[in-house]
Design a protein around this ligand. Structure first.
Ligand SMILES: [Zn+2]
Length: 212
């Protein structure tokens, strides 16, 4: 295994371990990837149907720009949602893409799904998303969740801004997909959004109780 390949594998394994400690892989859900090379594009992506709280040498599959296994003797199948990751690597300079299903991101996506987006502002952690001005506001698009993955990926693709290094999309009653230039950045973006979702839901509930 080449140096860069094993280095990226380790980075992705580290992220997977940390997200597992947060208990963000309910029922084998979630998928993670990290770019290995640019020309041609190859990336490690989590293998399909595994319990991501467990660790093994078969956790990730190396795939090409189309999400197909790039080495002939791999018996593992890439995650069913790998197609979404391919658009991130094809259209942006991102180096890592993370997707998790959490209760908070699902509730937010359902509450604001009809509006097609959620806007959040007035919180210090927004700086972790790269917005430094006072009262910065972030907007996360919310797309529907068709069962057919290519349909889902087409909706997702619209929000993957060409050339952007980082971003996030919520999928209604399903989860969030984020990407960043590095694994560290992608994880920071994911944690910042999950913080904002949890904060927003708790604050909204408390306000409702005060009004009563
Ligand atoms: Zn999913």
């Amino acid at each position: 295994m080449g140096d860069i390949k094993s280095k990226r594998w380790q980075e992705l394994a580290d992220v997977k371990r940390e997200l597992a400690q947060r208990d963000w892989f309910y029922g084998t859900s979630g998928n993670l990837s990290i770019k290995v090379s640019d020309d041609p594009i190859t990336f490690w992506v989590t293998a399909s149907g595994k319990d991501k709280r467990k660790e093994s040498a078969e956790d990730f599959v190396l795939v090409d720009a189309a999400g197909e296994p790039s080495e002939p003797n791999q018996s593992l199948k890439p995650s069913a949602e790998t197609l979404l990751h391919t658009y991130v690597y094809q259209q942006t300079k991102a180096g890592c893409c993370l997707h998790v299903h959490t209760i908070d991101n699902n509730v937010i996506s359902e509450l604001y799904g009809d509006e097609g987006e959620i806007r959040l502002k007035g919180n210090e952690i927004i700086k972790a998303l790269g917005y430094w001005e006072e009262d910065a506001e972030v907007t996360i698009p919310i797309i529907e969740n068709p069962a057919h993955i290519p349909h889902l990926a087409e909706q997702f693709r619209v929000h993957v801004t060409d050339g952007a290094d980082s971003g996030a999309v919520l999928i209604r009653n399903h989860g969030i997909t984020v990407w960043g230039k590095t694994a560290l950045e992608a994880k920071r973006v994911l944690e910042a959004y999950e913080f904002l979702f949890s904060y927003h839901l708790k604050l909204t509930l408390y306000k409702m109780q005060l009004v009563r």
